[in-house]
Design a binder for this molecule. Structure first.
Ligand SMILES: Cc1cc2nc3c(=O)[nH]c(=O)nc-3n(C[C@H](O)[C@H](O)[C@H](O)COP(=O)(O)OP(=O)(O)OC[C@H]3O[C@@H](n4cnc5c(N)ncnc54)[C@H](O)[C@@H]3O)c2cc1C
Ligand code: FES
Length: 342
């Protein structure tokens, strides 16, 4: 028996290691040539301290209070030299991956499909040549073929499959967008590095509210795929906002989730003035329909930076403090073209 342990480093890199029954996380990482911080390896110095909020494990009784206090243990802190997992776990390591002589994994793959599913959205499917483990909500950097440039994209597919999919905004004149729309062909080789990011689904212990702007829907789809496999016994609601009617994509997939996932519901919102959508405006104008549960809710927010900033501002102004709040901004890699001032 072995367990998958996700090691999330401070610089956003995630590496997965396989931990055998009875093995400590520190030893499992070492076997995978990842040198986690350590000194005594006896539960005395506290050098290997990290945190684990996801998964089951035993810390034994061999460590001393100076290394890890009861109060720290109650907050989910762990000593990786003592921690023996009894399920898959996510461990936060408070140093950069480079400090542990590791970094992003690189996987190659083949373009399986490129579909322009709306004038503004591209569905990219890649068949990975190797396993690429990720947590639902994480992203990878994909190299733009024939260039040194990479672009970050959140997986929209379910973890555990080599059939990867992505939902990508078609940015006019954008490097990756132009390659996808103009040049990409089935069978083209691509290189992915990752996974990365902390926008992953946490243990589902209360209502979930997902707020997606445009292609910010992608990581929500991965989370919903995960919930479909692992069950969803808490109310999960998605508010999906776009600029124009044309931008609303993947509604067939969302309808399928609504039919198949017991506690899932969603609404769409369109902000464009020309739209005759029944819910017009921005996501923040339709929060009355979002179950905030007096703050007893885990919120996941993703989209272009202005949308994310405006929702963050809304929560601040309304004084709403959810149990947890996770967000990802789809910040462009290239600086926006400067406006010409006459
Ligand atoms: C963590 C992370 C995850 C991401 N995940 C996704 C994802 O799942 N799906 C997705 O579509 N994008 C995602 N992005 C954004 C993505 O990485 C690229 O920035 C985007 O696809 C544009 O790439 P491009 O090469 O086509 O355009 P670029 O060549 O990078 O940009 C060309 C020009 O367009 C501007 N621009 C770039 N993006 C936009 C935009 N959205 N609206 C208006 N102008 C823009 C740039 O500033 C530049 O001036 C993510 C970004 C981050 C940081
Ligand atoms: S390495 Fe010293 S307590 Fe773990």
């Amino acid at each position: 028996m072995s367990y998958n342990i996700a090691l999330n480093f401070e610089d956003g890199v995630t590496r997965f290691v396989s931990c055998n029954d009875g093995e400590t996380v520190l030893d499992a990482a070492y076997r995978a040539q990842i040198n986690l911080p350590m000194d005594c390896s006896d539960g005395v110095c506290g050098t290997c301290k990290g945190a684990c909020h996801q998964g089951d494990f035993d810390m034994g009784e061999e460590y001393i209070d100076e290394a890890l206090s009861d109060e720290e243990a109650d907050r989910g802190m762990v000593l990786t030299c003592q921690m023996v997992p009894s399920s898959d776990c996510v461990v936060e390591v408070p140093v950069a991956s480079t400090m542990c002589k590791t970094g992003n994994a690189e996987v190659t793959g083949t373009v399986a499909e490129v579909n322009l599913i709306s004038p503004t959205s591209i569905e990219l499917k890649i068949a990975a040549d190797d396993d690429i483990a990720f947590l639902p909500g994480q992203y990878v950097n994909i190299q733009v073929p024939d260039t040194e440039e990479t672009r970050a994209y959140s997986f929209s597919s379910k973890p555990g499959s080599r059939d990867l999919s992505f939902l990508i905004r078609n940015v006019p004149g954008g490097l990756m967008s132009s390659w996808l729309v103009g040049k990409a062909r089935t069978g083209d080789k691509v290189t992915l590095t990752g996974p990365m990011g902390s926008f992953y689904l946490r243990p589902v212990e209360r209502s979930i509210l997902m707020l997606a702007g445009g292609t910010g829907l992608a990581p929500m789809l991965a989370k919903l795929e995960y919930l479909k496999v692992h069950g969803c016994d808490q109310p999960t609601h998605l508010v999906y906002g776009v600029s124009n009617d044309d931008d609303l994509v993947c509604l067939d997939i969302l309808d399928r989730f609504a039919a198949e996932l017991d506690n899932f519901s969603y609404v769409t919102v369109v902000s464009g003035e020309d739209s005759d959508h029944p819910r017009k405006g921005y996501v923040t104008e339709h929060m009355d329909e979002a179950p905030l549960n007096d703050g007893d809710v885990d919120v996941y927010l993703c989209g272009p930076p202005p949308m994310v900033d405006s929702v963050l501002g809304f929560f601040r102004e309304q004084g709403i403090e959810p149990n947890s709040f996770h967000y990802e901004k789809f910040t462009p890699s290239a600086p926006a073209a400067k406006e010409n001032v006459a």
